[in-house]
Ligand binder design. Sequence first.
Ligand SMILES: [Zn+2]
Length: 96
Amino acid sequence: MSPKKIQIKEKKFLIVDWDDNSNSAIKLYNLRHYCPCAICNAEKEERSKTYIPIYSNEQLTVSQISMVGQYAVGITWKDGHNTGIYEFKELLKLSE
Ligand SMILES: [Zn+2]
């Protein structure tokens, strides 16, 4: 399954239209929170599991979305963070 179209809705959700005509809505907060990059993973490991981060507006604003090969989507946030590569299956998981 791969995305046909990806868009931001109401500055709160990433909406993915898949090629099987289903769609996923992912809260931008969750997208940022579960950023799979090495930097964020290292930060998460240092924190306790119950830590709930507060993000700034810029950290929760997507400035660019790009396809990475045939398997993932790269998100650039307005604060400049651009190392998060989300595999399609991760996007599906985050939408549940
Ligand atoms: Zn990250």
